[in-house]
Design a protein. Structure first.
Length: 199
């Protein structure tokens, strides 16, 4: 297992803050960092559209096309001497400190280029968290957590959420079940995957 980081947060410093005041470096230089990020995103988008699910091809093309762009970016980053404690100073340090982990995705075609999908997946949980502070009891909070987990697992396995919950309530309202029978109700079970289009 290898650690990986997304370069998206670093690019926010370079690109999204251009209009801000105290960035501590010439605007033209910051624009070159933004352009580098746009190139990486364009290459990644092109690879994913042409070879969806072909992880070996994705790895090969990333090494051929994206690695040189990344190396040019690291070289550019090392040359920067921004004013201390400015946003650009923070961005340069952020990038350099994560250089190794920001390149992990090049080593395995299954790795995502960014962590955007992960962040988008957990955002509803973070938003809903405030609502769950007001559960009337511990058992109520536990019930909310169970239902939330069931809904998210159904989503993750491409099941119709309403259909899956209805299926569970019809199959297991109160009766005792063996572990094997319970396993058949899991959203990833072969049985459920085979009937998901009828839900």
């Amino acid at each position: 297992m290898a650690s990986g980081t997304s370069d998206v947060h670093g690019s926010h410093y370079y690109c999204n803050k251009l209009a801000g005041g105290n960035i501590g470096i010439v605007r033209k230089d910051v624009e070159s960092a933004c352009e580098n990020n746009f190139i990486k995103f364009a290459i990644e988008d092109s690879i994913n559209k042409k070879y969806p699910g072909d992880y070996e091809k994705r790895k090969q093309l990333r090494l051929e096309k994206e690695k040189p762009v990344l190396e040019a970016f690291w070289s550019w980053l090392e040359q920067q001497k921004p004013v201390r404690n400015t946003r650009m100073d923070k961005a340069v340090n952020y990038g350099l400190n994560r250089r190794k982990t920001a390149q992990t995705y090049l080593e395995d075609g299954r790795c995502s280029f960014t962590n955007n999908l992960s962040e988008n997946a957990i955002r509803p949980f973070a938003v809903g968290r405030k609502n769950w502070l007001f559960s009337d009891s511990v058992s109520g909070a536990n019930a909310s957590a169970v239902v939330y987990t069931m809904v998210e697992m159904a989503k993750a396995h491409d099941l119709n959420i309403y259909g899956y919950l209805k299926f569970l309530l019809e199959r297991r309202p109160t009766k005792d079940m063996t572990d094997d029978q319970l396993a058949e109700l899991a959203p990833w079970s072969e049985k459920l995957q085979s009937i998901k289009n009828r839900m």
